[in-house]
Design a protein around this ligand. Structure first.
Ligand code: BG6
Length: 483
């Protein structure tokens, strides 16, 4: 299905000298332009406190694109792209910035025919989201006659209360359909494919429920530590950084009911239903259903308190109380300094009730499992029992494997390419809605409160799969660690 091209617009990036802009946004914009996905008029106006002029900013962005982009920068691609880059230095607390920005954007409209359409991208610290939205409105930057859309990065709030406040603040300036809350996991090709896999194939849906599924395991593992983000991470921790968003988003896509249509509201309605159905664990449950860990040497990282109790690992057991999933545990975990960088979902099916083959017991035989590799080595595999070629009947576990790259070739677009394009098209399917964010906070808030009462995360050695407590969560089951 070929999509139409977005309207010409000016993409206005706050936080334009930051890491995200350089590593993700500019490479994505360049690649979209190079692949002919954007109208030629599309312009980018960056702003931050760094005192660049247009040319110095464009040069810095070219370096960033060369370093981080999936596609090479060619003279031709740069010629087209650099023509449309502008920069306005300034402080977001200063009204002057917005006056200058307004003039600059009006000029862009005249010269590039961007028709007053604006994509406001806030790649700043979250505490600036509300004030920037307010100043944009106060200085009349929204009164252009074109469309106005706002993109905000995570973290969206620090807890339920702050997320609600932020939703209220933003909704005073932008309508919900024009607010695009990024969870970059939703832009990953394999995450989008989850819905296609589930709803374009007839054979999985009948077994996608409590009658056949024994448990679901979702792992977002990283081998790196907090690197240069120590002071941010100290205030955040694994549950807020990845648990509240990426892990719960993956879970909603796996657990949701078929939507009535392929549109943003229908899909998001079903995701919200999943989050609503998750049992809210109270303080007395938390001890047995969540586990936190901290890698040895975390406290030596730059920007980290020497007595820090911030978790760099979290595992939880969630229960979805509805007809499809009652009684099927969803085990979710994420952590830094684990053995490898990998994101996987494992749907583990029930064991056979009785095995006919004397030499193998039911317990010895691995249950069937569908493993969805979100990254790396994107693809699926299905494990099943097969007869080993011997004179005896020996059942061994075998895998049926589908590899994305082998099948479709390389060159998969980056998450940010898809998300930026969708925001320009006004398609909010892959963005998180206000009520979704609040439901997700409702799930993790009691856990955060429980931890705030005291205790410390269990220590784990870098290169291992987290603290002992994470194993205990599963009772008689066990985590299946990616190989
Ligand atoms: C971000 C977190 O949202 O996701 C980071 O803030 C984490 O701490 C990153 O490293 C992981 O994303 P990806 O795409 O590399 O799996």
């Amino acid at each position: 299905m070929k999509r139409s091209a977005p309207d010409p617009c000016a993409v206005v990036i706050f936080g334009a000298s930051g890491d995200l802009t350089q590593r993700k946004l500019f490479p994505a914009l360049h690649n979209l332009q190079a692949e002919g996905q954007l109208p030629e008029e599309t312009s980018v106006v960056g702003t931050s406190r760094t005192r660049y002029d247009d040319e110095a900013f464009a040069t810095a962005m070219r370096d960033a694109i060369e370093k981080h982009s999936r596609l090479p920068v060619t003279n031709e691609s740069w010629e087209v792209f650099s023509h449309d880059i502008a920069y306005v230095p300034g402080d977001v607390n200063d009204d002057d910035l917005f006056r200058v920005l307004k003039e600059r954007l009006e000029r862009v409209d005249e010269e590039r025919d961007t028709q007053g359409n604006r994509l406001w991208y806030l790649a700043t610290l979250p505490r600036f989201f509300g004030p920037i939205a307010e100043k944009i409105a106060k200085h009349g930057l929204l009164d252009t006659g074109g469309w106005q859309r706002l993109v905000v990065e995570k973290p969206f709030g620090h807890d339920l209360r702050s997320a609600k406040e932020l939703n209220t603040e933003l909704s005073e300036r932008f309508s919900e359909k024009d607010i695009f809350r990024i969870d970059h996991y939703l832009g990953k090709e394999t995450v989008q494919n989850l819905l296609v896999f589930r709803f374009a194939n007839a054979i999985f849906e009948p077994i996608w429920n409590r009658h056949y599924v024994d448990n679901v395991q979702i792992t977002v593992a990283e081998d790196i530590g907090v690197e240069t983000r120590g002071s941010f991470y100290e205030q955040t921790g694994a549950l807020r950084d990845v648990g509240q968003n990426h892990l719960l988003q993956l879970m909603s896509l796996i657990a949701m009911e078929p939507p009535v249509s392929w549109d943003a509201e229908a899909i998001r309605n079903e995701k919200v239903q999943v989050l609503k159905a998750v049992r809210r664990w109270g303080p007395s449950d938390c001890e047995s259903v969540i586990a936190r860990g901290q890698y040895d040497s975390y406290r030596d990282e730059q920007g980290v308190d020497e007595h820090s109790s911030t978790e760099t690992f979290v595992a939880m057991n969630l229960v979805i109380e509805n007809w499809r999933w009652a009684g099927v545990p969803f085990y979710l975990r994420t952590g830094k300094k684990l053995p490898q960088k990998t994101t996987q979902i494992r749907i583990e099916f029930q064991r056979v009730p009785h095995l006919l083959f004397a030499k193998t017991s039911v317990e010895e035989l691995e249950p069937n499992a569908l493993i969805i590799r979100i990254q790396p080595n994107e693809g699926f595999s299905l494990t099943f029992g097969a007869k080993a070629p011997t004179h005896d009947i020996n059942v061994e576990t075998a895998h049926m494997n589908f590899d994305y790259e082998m099948h479709f070739g390389s060159g998969t677009p980056e998450a940010y390419e898809r998300l930026l394009l969708d925001a320009m098209l006004g398609d909010a399917t892959l963005f998180t809605r206000a009520d979704e964010i609040e439901e997700a906070w409702e799930i993790v808030d009691p856990m955060l409160q429980y931890w705030s009462k005291g205790g410390t995360p269990g220590a784990y050695k870098p290169g291992t799969w987290g603290p002992r407590a994470a194993e205990d969560l599963l009772g008689t089951r066990r985590w299946h660690n990616p190989e």
